[in-house]
Ligand binder design. Structure first.
Ligand code: NAD
Length: 308
């Protein structure tokens, strides 16, 4: 079945790691679920007439989050480089209300600046920012071009900093507001085969952790939420990619489920939304591993197959 001895060894080590981890993960999931059930749930906040600016709202997760938030009667400003897709999202919104679309390449600060200015003029100051636009070039660092590196860092990381900087002052003045960014599980557990993607998501996750505490020191009630989904089938391209190019032990999630959980987390003002408890435990277990075991686990688990 296996081509060589190394593959056979890899198979047994993988099997062993799964065998010792499954009971551990199951007991921790059990404990976490009991704690979650016992803790009182925070109420959902009312977002009626609040201005929500969402980037990447034209497709995938951004579209699904937009549709669910629109149902809560907020005013949506959908920002996307793909204007047609943003308009399609708008056409799917059932609730009547003041919703608009804006075209911008979010990796360009000047375009972000002009969009925020227009939104403020036409809709009012931003109450909730959801920086969600992202790209996922899964290419080993030896193969990726510097243009692709810059684009990925621009869209996945810099755009969040641009938008936060642009809406933050007014939020601080009003002492209210909510900043939400879509990071990824790849911001906690590296993704070999997508090292630059990992760079952007680790950067974003770390930044938000530090930024939240900086706001706490200012004694401001501006909220910060990090969304960290696992692989999800958002569009045909990503679904094909997930099916053909990667080898996942845990199957990819459905976008409807992830969007619903993300919206619940946003409305509860959760600090971090990991979608599913198993991932919190996986992240925790991964973080405490010594580096050589981490490397080994990542080596065995490299999910992205290299293009030949
Ligand atoms: N799909 C997954 O498996 C997965 C897993 C974890 C995290 N995420 C994150 O979720 C977020 C949404 O991803 P998705 O799967 O819905 O992707 P998607 O490709 O379905 O949608 C992304 C949207 O962002 C827009 N966009 C891309 N570049 C842009 C730019 N320069 N300026 C403005 N808009 C731009 C696209 O037009 C598109 O509408 C991303 O931040 C992604 O990293 C996705």
């Amino acid at each position: 079945m296996y081509k060589n001895k190394l593959d056979t060894v890899k198979y047994y080590v993988k099997f062993f790691l799964i065998a010792i981890n499954i009971p551990l993960i199951l007991s921790l999931v059990g404990i976490a679920t009991v704690i979650k059930v016992l803790l009182p749930k925070r109420k959902f906040k009312d977002i009626t007439d609040k201005v929500v600016l969402i980037t990447g709202g034209g497709n995938g997760l951004g579209r699904e989050i937009s549709l669910r938030l629109a149902d809560k009667k907020c005013k949506l400003a959908i920002v996307d480089i793909d204007e047609k897709a943003a308009k399609e999202t708008l056409s799917l919104v059932k609730s009547k209300g003041e919703h608009r679309t804006y075209r911008a390449d979010v990796s360009d600060f000047a375009q972000c600046q002009s969009v925020v200015r227009k939104v403020e003029e036409e809709m009012g100051p931003v109450d909730i920012l959801i920086s969600n636009a992202g790209i996922m070039p899964c290419i080993d660092f030896v193969d990726i071009s510097m243009d692709q590196v810059e684009k990925t860092v621009g869209v996945n990381l810099m755009s969040s900093l641009y938008f936060i900087k642009l809406v933050m002052d007014k939020m601080l003045e009003r002492n209210s507001g909510h900043i939400v960014c879509t990071s990824s599980i790849g911001g906690q557990i590296p993704l070999p085969g997508g090292s630059v993607y990992t760079l952007t998501k680790f950067g974003l996750t770390g930044f938000l952790e530090a930024f939240r505490v900086e706001l706490a020191y200012l004694n401001k009630s501006v909220k910060v939420t990090t969304l960290q989904p696992y692989f999800l089938k958002t569009n045909q391209e990503i679904s094909n990619f997930i099916e053909n190019k990667i080898d996942l032990m845990i199957p990819a999630f459905d976008v409807d489920y992830v969007a619903s959980e993300a919206v619940k987390g946003i409305l509860r003002e959760d600090k971090v939304v990991t979608i599913s408890n198993e991932f919190n435990i996986m992240i925790y277990l991964f973080k405490v591993l010594p580096p050589f075991i981490k490397d080994f686990v990542l080596y065995l688990g490299k999910v992205i197959k290299k293009e030949n």
